[in-house]
Ligand binder design. Structure first.
Ligand code: SAH
Length: 247
């Protein structure tokens, strides 16, 4: 008998562990969770508070509204979560972070699974970010009330890429961002909907022409909607010759 490798495992530190698995317990991610393709541990930051009132936050130094998560409590929560666990990415969901991308998602999915800290209130004490080398990750230029929904978004994006989670055909190779492009338009039955027909080429059975049409649509969409992606896409054609010069 061979021992299977440990599954991809995510640990989430939160003041609201009851939010998990939440939507990650349904559909694709939920089935994968139930069958052990990945594991999720939601830990209550408050369990690492030491005072009588189990306080986790305090007023901001220098004044101002709201409350800030304490460095000592959060550091203890991180250390307790990591006891006996091998090295893995330590993320802090934060609007100040580097915006999450599909390539970062892919890298995280290929690793052992991250530890994720969810902020609340005004955020967390800067010193624990530095002392525990937390990598700040944002899911977009808007402010949520807590890191939990952001963590779920990140986990959902990772889990669908884990081996065995998606059907073998939907490997993600054709998807938005995989080729630096947004995805082409999709159609299914009925053949006519409110006077709109499916583009005839998709019904032609000519796979090469279908592929060319999809490529052209994807490029047009990307140029139009995301000039930033269009400008930053790799200049090389789809399958560049293998080189040994990288790194
Ligand atoms: N005062 C902070 C915002 C705090 S919002 C600021 O201006 O930067 C409370 C928590 O929600 C944050 O600590 C973070 O964990 C989470 N959060 C809010 N917006 C987010 C975003 N766009 N991406 C990831 N996490 C976010």
């Amino acid at each position: 008998m061979t021992t299977s490798p440990p599954p991809w495992r995510a640990t989430v530190l939160t003041l609201f562990p009851e939010m998990f698995p939440g939507p990650l317990g349904l559909s694709l991610a939920g089935r994968a969770l139930a069958t052990g393709l990945w594991a999720l541990e939601a830990r209550d930051i408050r369990a690492s508070a030491t005072d009588r009132h189990r306080s986790v936050d305090d007023t901001p130094a220098g004044g101002g509204p709201g409350m800030v998560l304490r460095a000592d409590v959060l550091a203890r929560a991180i250390d307790e979560a990591e006891a006996g666990v091998a090295d893995r990415p330590r993320l802090l969901m934060s609007p100040r972070g580097r915006p999450l991308t599909q390539s970062r998602v892919r890298a995280l999915a290929e690793g052992p699974g991250p530890l994720i800290v969810c902020g609340r209130f005004e955020g967390i004490d800067q010193r624990v970010i530095e002392a525990r080398a937390l990598e700040e990750v944002s899911i977009g230029d808007y402010v949520l009330s807590g890191g939990e929904i952001a963590a779920m978004a990140l986990l959902d994006a990772c889990v669908r890429l884990l081996p065995g989670v998606m059907g073998s055909l939907s490997s993600g190779e054709d998807e938005s961002f995989s080729d630096g492009l947004l995805e082409y338009p999709q159609y299914t039955r009925p053949q006519e909907f409110e006077g709109r027909a499916i583009p005839a080429i998709l019904l032609s059975g000519d796979h090469a022409r279908v592929a060319a049409w999809r490529r052209q649509e994807a490029e047009a969409l990307t140029r139009d909607r995301r000039p930033d992606l269009w400008a930053g896409r790799p200049a090389t054609p789809k399958k560049p010759p293998k080189t040994t010069t990288d790194g």
